[in-house]
Ligand binder design. Structure first.
Ligand code: HEM
Length: 411
């Protein structure tokens, strides 16, 4: 199709993430859209990019992430009619994920002052202990749902402790963050939109209380470091602080759970690769990169064009909402070769995956996620030579933050 037709939605093919079975295995759909319409103008108004080169360039192009710049498509109109105004509310929020420069640069710099590689490195012994304890419990029971026994509690405990969140609120917080991340999904049910908005308000209020308490009770934790973080006399304001804490808290566990559970499942489904990792535990670093590539815990990321944006022979108009299909790009044979759909733990360029995004918004927690996944998956493989699937896997039904909801294993 030529640039002249770029302002009309593609008519001969429509990418459908609501197709039956999509959330169990979206990869055939990603392959089809990448091969048929790699620059896809969807009838719902957004654009979808699926080739590695296009996705990587988009993320690095410094486009906007502020949804207020997008011409509202049918989904945005639905939110407006509902009065929940979710799209605007997220964009009007103060998390760095929704901010453009200069705000983004400033917020990211201040948070980076507290969330340093050294702070992550210092977590290693605590992560080792949490994994050992979880593996002991699994060994005693002989079988487990790996999501409940390890993949969820590990990142949840690590980020909660790191921030200094009060332990008593964990269950409530877990329910709220589970709802909040649905704002990253294409939600169309009015009740769900309202529930997400309510969860966001409650989580923000709870976090504000914790921040106020922490101001009075400073400790050796990330939250205290964020409160005191300063850059040339600049500090985080109250609302800004709360928004970054909510972001770190949610991003800190709602993603890594998918990497640990989805990664373990991928290994169990590829016994030859699991055997290779057993034979060479030193492979774990590259193995985690390949598991990230093979099944991306965050499947897509979004940008908004402020000016016409050209991809090959198509021109995406200003004010468009563009989805970067990270998971589809990670399987692009034009970049990763003809075996891109295969799991190969020794793949030399596995680390080139786009699962942590790229450019100015590249994941700030990548080192922490890698540490947790190496320790959890490496520990499981080392400790349990008989690790095997023990029943049906259930997926969480999410299109974006996709992963197993139940992963029954026996050891
Ligand atoms: C941003 C993925 C774990 C904190 C991102 C982005 C992706 C991503 C794709 C970029 C979004 C965009 O470009 O619009 C992941 C994956 C994880 C993970 C796959 C686990 C496997 C974590 C953890 C933390 C974290 C553990 C913190 C504790 C953040 C933050 C941002 C971010 C703060 C926003 C950065 C910015 O806007 O400048 N993550 N993440 N993430 N991530 Fe992660």
């Amino acid at each position: 199709m030529t640039g002249a037709a770029a302002d009309t939605a593609d008519e001969d093919f429509v990418f459908n993430p609501f197709a039956p079975g999509f959330t169990d295995d979206p990869y055939p759909h990603y392959r089809e859209v990448r091969e048929r319409v790699p620059v896809h103008h969807h009838p719902l108004g957004f654009w979808l990019l699926s080739r590695y080169a296009d996705v990587s360039a988009l993320l690095r192009a410094g486009l906007s992430v502020d949804a207020r710049h997008a011409t509202p498509g049918p989904l945005g109109q639905l939110y407006e009619e509902l009065g929940a105004d979710l799209g605007d509310r997220r964009a009007g929020g103060m998390s760095m994920l929704d901010k453009d420069p200069p705000d983004h640069t400033r917020l990211r710099r201040l948070v980076s002052k507290a969330f340093t590689p050294r702070a992550v490195e210092a977590l290693t012994p605590g992560v080792d202990t949490l994994v050992d304890e979880a593996l002991d419990r699994i060994a005693d029971a002989g079988s487990a749902d790996l999501v409940e026994a390890l993949a969820f509690p590990l990142p949840f405990a690590v980020i909660s402790r790191m921030l200094g969140m009060p332990p008593a609120d964990h269950e409530r917080l877990r329910g709220l963050t589970g709802l909040l991340v649905r704002s990253l999904e294409p939600v169309t049910e009015p009740d769900v939109v309202r529930a997400i908005a309510a969860a966001d308000a409650e989580l923000t209020a709870m976090t504000a209380d914790v921040v106020a308490w922490k101001r009075e009770h400073p400790a050796d934790d990330l939250l205290t470091a964020l409160i005191t973080a300063e850059d040339n006399g600049d500090v985080l304001g109250d609302d800004e602080l709360v928004a970054q804490v909510v972001l770190l808290y949610v991003a800190g566990h709602e993603t890594t759970v998918n990497l640990i559970a989805g990664g373990t499942l991928a290994l169990l489904r590829h016994p030859d690769q699991l055997a290779a990792l057993r034979a060479d535990p030193g492979l774990i670093g590259n193995a985690v990169e390949e598991l990230l590539r093979y099944d991306s815990p965050v499947q897509s990321s979004r940008r908004i064009t402020l000016a016409p944006y050209r991809v090959g022979d198509r021109e995406i108009p200003a004010g468009s909402f563009v989805l970067a299909n990270l998971a589809g790009a990670n399987r692009d044979p034009a970049f990763f070769g003809t075996d891109a759909d295969e799991l190969r733990l020794g793949r030399p360029d596995a680390r080139q995956h786009l699962s942590f995004g790229g450019g100015p918004h590249h994941c700030l927690g990548a080192a922490l996620a890698r540490l947790e996944a190496r320790t959890a998956i490496g520990g499981l493989v080392r400790r349990f030579p008989g690790l095997a699937l023990d029943g049906e896997v259930a997926w969480n039904g999410r299109i974006n933050l996709r992963g197993p909801e139940r992963l029954p294993v026996r050891v």
